[in-house]
Design a protein around this ligand. Structure first.
Ligand SMILES: Cc1cc2nc3c(=O)[nH]c(=O)nc-3n(C[C@H](O)[C@H](O)[C@H](O)COP(=O)(O)OP(=O)(O)OC[C@H]3O[C@@H](n4cnc5c(N)ncnc54)[C@H](O)[C@@H]3O)c2cc1C
Length: 477
């Protein structure tokens, strides 16, 4: 059987193959030379060899959920892994073997649930583990259960070097430099991962949540308190502070649908209900409790229910504009810096999020190494399919992040970003320390000496791991 490749300008159905699996309806004008639908590891090996032979660069797509659609690069051979399928659990080791296009829902709900295990995949059910794990993976309860890439036991990767294409295994002990790079390099990874072996954890008996909703006028006090309170929750609790419109979270309440409201959400995993109730009770100490528009102290939930809600809140028919920043500072400095991000949303569908990583844990030695206690991310959404709200969203992002970046990494500013919610093209910012950047380049030289993979070269300034303000001051010299 020949390879299933759709070539640009030569095959019918090219446009559907190019963007049909891209989640974000705000799609870039970038056109791969061809799209290979791989159904086996042999197809991937043959595809990499073909790219070498034709002098094409390579890109990979597992689930198509990269917000800026980095699987699409001009002139590349795109290897799409949708049809490469594998999912099995080893009952002795509790290691689950998955293909990169497996999604959180497939792994947790359709497969592991009945086996009494789970894995901290992405919050949206349709996020595939391929791109998610390579960038770090801020999955369920990342604060307590660690970054999802810390669950990779080993992986199989198709690499091209020394004139040969081969499948190698990478783990802490085998090809450990490749393994180091895979845990955080994201779109800059220089191989095709075709299989992950992942640790799983026992599925807790209880999953429950608590929610408080406030008017935007309560921002400063509730947000400063929440940042402090996060430090006293135990590590089985995921903690989020959201800015979203009344239309999205309390549609029945009085007021304009576009009014921004503030949602404090805590989700807990425990072995019994009494422990879960106790863990969530911290929210009831909020000094502004009597001002809450809604107070749900305890509500049972499940992965299946939460995936459904995430799917509803991130509708696939929308145009998305995303960005993010790790923030440093005292609760007041953080709240002052992010005020606009929570109380002035550009469209009624948009939402913004603060995710507590505090108290911060030490990371293992891997490419991913920039984080703070405070994660801020923006998910601007437009249902206007003509693009009529695009500029509004772009301007809002530019102004909001320019204010953060004006602090140049100082108090209330950002020392870096998370690749998962980034758009390096519109806002360059560091995603690794300088030391890790140097190490990543050295490892790439070994594993991809011919630079078959695209890497981070996404804007006119070339391949950079720098903040915008550093690039701008260098340009002035
Ligand atoms: C609705 C939605 C919800 C999300 N929720 C979360 C969340 O909760 N937590 C979080 O951390 N992130 C989240 N994200 C971000 C998401 O994890 C990243 O965009 C991730 O890249 C998606 O993985 P993918 O395989 O679908 O991406 P793709 O678009 O398929 O790939 C993105 C890039 O990753 C690389 N890549 C992908 N697969 C491989 C492979 N097998 N081998 C080598 N390189 C590969 C390629 O460079 C590719 O261009 C979300 C995104 C969306 C759209």
């Amino acid at each position: 059987m020949g390879l299933d490749i759709t070539w640009k300008d030569a095959s019918p159905g090219y446009e559907e193959q190019r963007v049909g699996r891209i989640f974000n309806k705000h799609r870039p004008d970038r056109f791969p030379a061809g799209i290979l639908k791989a159904s086996s590891i042999e197809d991937v090996v043959a595809g990499v060899a073909l790219a070498k032979q034709k002098g094409l660069k390579l890109t990979v797509r597992s689930g198509g959920h990269s917000w800026p659609a980095w699987s699409l690069r001009d002139g590349a051979l795109l290897i799409d892994l949708e049809n490469l399928r594998e999912l099995s659990l080893d009952d002795m080791t509790n290691i689950v073997t998955v293909s990169p296009s497996s999604t959180g829902r497939m792994i947790n709900v359709d497969y592991l649930r009945e086996r009494g295990r789970c894995f901290p995949g992405g919050h949206c059910p349709s996020v595939a583990v391929g791109g998610f794990l390579l960038q770090g993976g801020q999955g369920w309860n990342c604060r307590g259960w660690k970054w999802a890439c810390e669950y990779i036991e080993s992986m199989d990767v198709v690499v091209a070097r020394h004139g040969q294409v081969e499948v190698v295994t990478a783990s802490e002990t085998v090809n450990s430099d490749l393994f180091w790079a895979a845990r955080g390099a994201g779109l800059g990874f220089f191989g095709v991962v075709v299989r992950f072996r992942l640790k799983t954890i026992p599925l807790p008996k209880i999953m429950a949540k608590s929610i408080l909703i406030f008017d935007a006028s309560e921002y400063q006090e509730t947000f400063e308190w929440f940042q402090q309170a996060c430090l006293s929750f135990d590590f089985d609790v995921e903690l989020v502070y959201l800015g979203l419109s009344r239309f999205r979270c309390l549609p029945e309440s009085k007021g304009k649908p576009e009014d921004p409201l503030l949602v404090i959400s805590a989700t807990v995993w425990k072995e019994d209900q009494a422990e879960a109730e106790k863990a969530l009770a911290v929210l009831q100490q909020c000094p502004k409790l009597e001002k809450a528009l809604l107070n749900v102290p305890y509500a049972p939930t499940s992965f299946a229910e939460e995936y459904d809600l995430q799917e509803r809140d991130n509708p696939p028919e929308c145009r998305f504009f995303c960005n993010n920043a790790w923030i440093r500072g005292t609760p007041k400095e953080v709240a002052d810096s992010l005020r606009r991000g929570f109380v002035e949303l550009p469209t009624k569908d948009s939402y913004t999020l603060y995710y507590s990583q505090g108290p911060l844990r030490k990371l293992p030695d891997m490419a991913f190494d920039i984080q703070t206690e405070h994660y801020f991310a923006t998910y601007l959404m437009s249902t206007d399919t003509t693009g009529g709200e695009d500029q509004l969203c772009r301007d809002w992002l530019a102004e909001t992040f320019a204010a953060i970046d004006s602090k140049r990494g100082g108090p209330g500013g950002s020392p870096g970003q998370y690749l998962g919610d980034s758009d390096l093209k519109t806002r360059p910012a560091k995603f690794m320390s300088d030391e890790h950047w140097t190490k990543w380049k050295r490892i790439r030289e070994k594993w991809d000496p011919e630079r078959l993979f695209f890497g981070y070269g996404v804007h006119e300034k070339g391949e950079e791991n720098r903040h915008l303000w550093e690039l701008e001051s260098r340009a002035k010299l």
